[in-house]
Design a protein around this ligand. Structure first.
Ligand SMILES: NC(=O)c1ccc[n+]([C@@H]2O[C@H](COP(=O)([O-])OP(=O)(O)OC[C@H]3O[C@@H](n4cnc5c(N)ncnc54)[C@H](OP(=O)(O)O)[C@@H]3O)[C@@H](O)[C@H]2O)c1
Length: 247
């Protein structure tokens, strides 16, 4: 089971990412925390008190794809070799029933999928050469079926899951671990206006579940665990039935 000394969390300024930074830092890990909202990153570091000295913050928009290799080099110059990279950045704009909005779909693909590729391609090359490291991608139960509510979001998470599987199949022979985590609903700014959600958990519970899967080197980990049997059943529902439901 790997123990991590250095980590990068991409999408670290709120919700699950914030809790990942807090928990990693409290465990003694040196963390590079990335997001667009630098004041939020500074707040998290300040809240951590003396432990916050282990957190370095970087203002970064993952859709600025061209800046990624240079920033990754800079982070390694600051932190040294990186053991763990968590791609957590994601957006899920509200999409109404009957709304077909290309701009919203574009924005979700840009952050949830292309941002992951822009980051994890150079991370994969680095870890392959180093013959070590753990990559964690935060996908979602939402990627397991194409549901009615938000077609673009479901698509980005399904594609992210497949991309991570392909990275795993490339990298496992080099001793690099690629973990796909699929949380169910988590109480964060992303879900705050969505009303009552099934099996809703707090962001710190989601973060500890994600880190447990990272340490265990899980292939695909559901958080919390009951989503595994639930999604196994939902994935098996035939399309002609699924399309008549709202599950
Ligand atoms: N909440 C849930 O129920 C749930 C369930 C399953 C999976 N997830 C996934 O979990 C991840 C975290 O979501 P959350 O619920 O914690 O929501 P959140 O609080 O809204 O956090 C989203 C994070 O992504 C970052 N981000 C968004 N766009 C970015 C960009 N262009 N460049 C850099 N960073 C960007 C945000 O930082 P800035 O805005 O500061 O840039 C923020 O740190 C997402 O990938 C989400 O899809 C969430």
């Amino acid at each position: 089971m790997p123990s991590f000394k250095t980590a990068i969390v991409i999408g670290a300024s709120s919700g699950i990412g914030e809790c990942l930074v807090r928990q990693l830092c409290k465990e003694g890990v040196t963390v590079a925390a990335l997001a667009r909202r630098e004041p939020e990153l500074a707040r998290i570091r300040a809240d951590l008190g003396a432990d916050g000295e282990r957190v370095r913050t970087y203002a970064h928009d993952v859709t600025d794809y061209g800046s990624v290799p240079g920033l990754f080099d800079r982070i390694r110059a600051d932190l040294g070799d990186v053991d763990l990279v968590i791609y957590n950045a994601g957006v899920m704009p509200a999409v109404a029933e009957g709304e077909y909005n290309f701009q919203k779909d574009h924005d979700m693909v840009a952050v949830n999928l292309l941002g992951a590729m822009a980051w994890l391609n150079p991370v994969a090359a680095y870890m392959e050469a180093r013959r070590a490291g753990t990559i964690v991608g935060i996908s979602s139960v939402a990627g397991d079926r194409g549901r009615r509510g938000n077609p673009g979001y479901h698509t980005t998470k399904a594609a992210l899951t497949t991309y991570l599987e392909a990275l795993r199949n490339r990298l496992s022979r080099y001793g690099v671990t690629v973990v796909t985590v699929k949380p169910g609903p988590v109480a964060t700014p992303m879900t705050k206006n969505l009303g009552k959600l099934p099996l809703l958990i707090e962001a710190d519970v989601a973060a500890s579940g994600i880190l447990a899967h990272a340490r265990a080197g899980s292939v695909e980990g559901y958080v919390p665990a009951p989503w595994w049997p639930i999604m196994t059943v939902i994935q098996a529902v035939p399309s002609f039935i699924f399309r008549r439901t709202n599950i």
